[in-house]
Ligand binder design. Structure first.
Ligand code: B12
Ligand code: SF4
Length: 466
């Protein structure tokens, strides 16, 4: 059986693809564990639209499986329709973040046959096993959505895999390292990503983390440190020297993080470097020291805002003092601290629409400048808070008429068009200031990301008003 595993062609949000899409490689590794006779071809983001479609026609696959977020959904939908035109008999399966929140719309508006909702490994393998008679058997496969005589059908939700150690390592043999640009802000080449946990126990309103929540089974699961270390060892032997650990937040379970750090330290790969995402709490000298000893050099922390009113509204569940403490503790242990920041967040209080004001955004900029001058915060990334399918903020924006049902977040989101107290001038000045701050950080740390030249050019043009 021939199966294409497809990423949309890029760049997406102005960026090239840093490393292989692990969602697709996990689907392949699980399917290989339970089935035989499978021939997978992975098409990365770097392949142009023409070459993507040419490869599909040349391969003449039985299954075309495509993964995408809401930010690449528009391109993905047009690819699906084009693949259907060129390969009328191929089964088209869609999955990923956008498929989770917009299954019905995707099925009604594109030529996709099946939409996989939730964790994909078991569902996809069952689809492949039933391929000969999929129309008759799809109703008995959990975690699927499809149209039957034009009506939307959703099968029983798929239980989550309780023991994620049972999932084999992603099928990296299907990809070529040269198709990827490498992770941003890296100190060693080649580098790649590893998924260490699935799900997050928290519920920040702006976060679209829809796949692993509100379904049957445990929402937050972690791999055992030993199993992660086996994957790290394998990657080390394959020549990799830096890994970005994609836990949503590595420290939501502090004891597990300590165990992982100890196991990584015991591996003894002094020239292997790590980076990860984390939260401001829990953080203390023991946790920060363990990260540094294990080989972590960069930690990316969601600060979002320096305003207690906003932190409470977006349900960040951290105090400003926690953020400051985390920056100082991590920096004292020698770690480079990278902050994710947002402006003009939107939330709801007793049904009323609330939002971050221009003065509050200015306050966050000043707070960051203060931490920078103390040398406890080193790099930043600013985003305008955008309603993203799967996030509570998206539902709030819909309820208050800020977005239409057709809205996709690849369209620019201008807060001044939706929020009374934000003017166009406020927005432009604050965004420019935030971009200068990010550029200033990157220049002073000596880490300008030239590979994102498209973004740098477009942001520079925006800053000088071109
Ligand atoms: C790693 C990551 C990235 C990496 C991707 C690396 C790569 N190599 O391609 C980078 C840094 C590039 C990235 C970029 C972006 N990301 Co991102 N990313 C993630 C993250 C943290 C982990 C993804 C992952 O690997 N998960 C592990 C795998 C196993 O889970 P999974 O992806 O959900 O896949 C499972 C199922 O969804 C399903 N499945 C997925 N695809 C398919 C396809 C088929 C056919 C089938 C059957 C099943 C299936 O089966 C999989 C296995 O169970 C997620 C958050 C999260 N926890 O998922 C955000 C997340 C996916 N990203 C998000 C966003 C917003 C972005 C950006 C827009 C950020 C930006 N402003 O630039 C860009 C857009 C990129 C794009 N191509 O569209 C959002 C998407 C929300 C949405 N509704 O669109 C998420 C959910 C983060 C969040 N909490 O809000 N991201
Ligand atoms: S922003 Fe981080 S802590 Fe909040 S829900 Fe998303 S992954 Fe969890």
């Amino acid at each position: 059986m021939k199966i294409v595993l497809a990423d949309v062609h890029g760049p997406v949000c102005g960026k090239d693809q840093p490393s292989a899409n692990l969602s697709l490689l996990y689907l392949a590794s699980w399917a290989r564990k339970v089935l035989t006779g499978l021939q997978f071809t992975y098409i990365p983001q770097r392949v142009s639209r023409e070459d993507h479609l040419r490869q599909v026609v040349d391969l003449n696959p039985d299954v075309y499986a495509i993964s995408f977020t809401s930010f690449s959904a528009r391109v993905a939908c047009s690819l699906v329709d084009e693949v259907r035109r060129l390969q009328p008999d191929c089964l088209i399966v869609v999955g990923g973040a956008h498929a989770n929140s917009h299954a019905q719309q995707l099925l009604e508006r594109t030529a996709a046959d099946l939409c996989v909702i939730g964790e994909g490994e078991e569902t996809f393998a069952e689809v492949l096993a039933s391929l000969d008679d999929i129309k008759a058997r799809r109703a008995s496969i959990d975690g699927l959505a499809y149209l039957q005589d034009g009506a939307f059908v959703r099968t029983t939700p798929r239980s989550m895999i309780a023991d994620i150690d049972s999932i084999p390592f992603p099928a990296r043999d299907l990809v070529r390292q040269e198709d990827f640009t490498g992770i941003s802000y890296s100190v060693a080449q080649p580098n790649t990503e590893v998924v260490t946990t699935r799900g997050c126990p928290l519920r920040c309103t702006f976060c679209a983390n829809p796949v692993f929540r509100d379904r049957t089974g445990p929402p937050f699961r972690s791999r055992s440190p030993e199993q992660i270390c086996r994957e790290v060892d394998q990657l080390y032997a394959a020549g990799y020297r830096e890994i970005y650990f994609h836990s949503d937040e590595i420290n939501v379970d502090g004891q597990w993080m300590l165990d992982l750090c100890e196991a990584l330290t015991r591996l003894g790969h002094a020239d292997m470097h790590f980076q990860t995402n984390l939260r401001a709490v829990p953080m203390n000298e023991e946790l920060a020291g363990a990260l540094a000893r294990a080989g972590f050099w960069l930690v990316r922390m969601g600060i979002e805002s320096a305003n207690p009113r906003v932190l409470k509204g977006i349900r960040k569940m951290v105090a400003l003092s926690d953020i400051e403490n985390a920056c100082r503790t991590l920096a004292d242990s020698g770690l480079v601290v990278f902050a994710f920041l947002m402006m003009f967040n939107v939330w709801e209080e007793d049904g009323e629409l609330c939002y971050e004001t221009p003065d509050e955004v200015r306050n966050t900029l000043r707070f960051v400048d203060g931490l920078r001058s103390d040398r406890v915060l080193h790099l930043t990334s600013w985003q305008v808070a955008t309603p993203t399918p799967g996030a509570e903020m998206y539902d709030i924006a819909s309820r208050h008429g800020l977005i239409t049902p057709d809205y996709l977040p690849d369209e620019p989101w201008f807060p001044y068009e939706h929020l009374d107290g934000v003017s166009r001038l406020d927005y432009k000045l604050l965004l420019a200031r935030a971009r200068w701050q990010t550029a200033g950080c990157a220049l002073s740390e000596g880490v300008v990301e030239w590979k994102n030249w498209r973004r740098i050019v477009s942001k520079s043009k925006a800053m000088i008003g071109m």
